[in-house]
Ligand binder design. Sequence first.
Ligand SMILES: NC(=O)c1ccc[n+]([C@@H]2O[C@H](COP(=O)([O-])OP(=O)(O)OC[C@H]3O[C@@H](n4cnc5c(N)ncnc54)[C@H](OP(=O)(O)O)[C@@H]3O)[C@@H](O)[C@H]2O)c1
Length: 369
Amino acid sequence: MVRINMKQCIKLGFLCLLLFSGIYILVFVSTTFLSLHESGNASSSFVKTRYINESTHSTNVECVDSFTPKQMYPLLGLGTGGFSDEAAYDATMKALRLGYRLIDTSLSYKNERGIGRAIRDSNVPRDEIFILTKCCSTACSMSAQAIYSQLNDSLGRLGLDYVDGYLIHLPGEMGRSSQKLKSNLHNTEFVYKTCSQKWPDYARTNKERRIQSWLALEALKQEKRVKIIGVSNFKVKHLVDIIDVASSPPIINQIEWHPGFHDDELREFCSRHDIAIFAYSSLRRGKQAHNKSLRKIGAQYGVGDSEVSLRWAMQQGISVIPRTSNEKHLRLNIVASQFNLSSNDMKTICKLQESEKNCRYCSGFAEVD
Ligand SMILES: NC(=O)c1ccc[n+]([C@@H]2O[C@H](COP(=O)([O-])OP(=O)(O)OC[C@H]3O[C@@H](n4cnc5c(N)ncnc54)[C@H](OP(=O)(O)O)[C@@H]3O)[C@@H](O)[C@H]2O)c1
């Protein structure tokens, strides 16, 4: 039997204490690191302070730590296209809880009621949330009269008296159904006849409709029912029509933008005219996961390909609005705000654009006259 005296006993006790506290510190540090790394930082203040200034969006990402709703908007938001009222409620509640402060919707998504309810139930102060909705996404909806009616509908469904961002969803009539983007583009007589019966101020050409719609948005801004006005799916030629007549040019152009599809000429034009790009389908509608190159780049930073895609856009000063109600994905998308891609990796990703097979609407909008 081994005998130990009091001195040895104290030494042994001290050593055990050291050993246990070492193990405790090790476990604590690694679990904290892992949970931050895997789930994203759920602190609301983090996401809340990732804003980008209108005047600096065109160069590199420049985040500032203050929130002035008139001039700033978040770089990361929640997309809700395709969600029902219930799903949009659930996703918006989770997102707001995690610190998201930009929610993207449209009258055409038919989920504004759910989003409005989530805003109220979340108890997040209204002026901290940037609500972006859109008009003019259906046939016949590009006229001043139609836009007033659409904004009233949106505000009613959201239960709000203003929205932060209001966008014209499309540059012009795309045919009787958006499913038939290409086939019905030139069916202008049919569209005109049908729509002018509903809205007497309905204009004959897409260009006239764009201008009329833009002037209506300017009037709504004057009335303080919308704060920032912009467009979506506009190509350079469509933007030129607006800029020619606008007293306040578009602040936002929301377009498809992901490593597989990016219109660099449009981006350059937007930069020159201080128009911020908001990217949609930035995860290629969930098809990003199969991209080996993005996965390989992500591995260097300890992130997945989705985070790389989002980061790549954000690092160009482009806001992203990935759609998910999955809490793990909501957290992972926050991780995209928390690392920087090297300029070499940024360039490599830019070169991943292959062909039109990777885009959703492809040249459909370019064909709108
Ligand atoms: N202005 C326009 O014309 C226009 C057009 C299209 C879309 N939008 C807007 O842009 C938003 C986003 O675009 P989108 O809905 O086309 O598609 P998206 O955001 O590119 O992709 C959505 C898909 O990505 C998955 N996802 C999200 N986060 C992920 C993550 N961290 N890891 C892996 N998968 C992830 C989601 O799956 P889970 O559900 O499993 O998370 C979902 O299937 C829309 O919701 C809408 O608000 C605007």
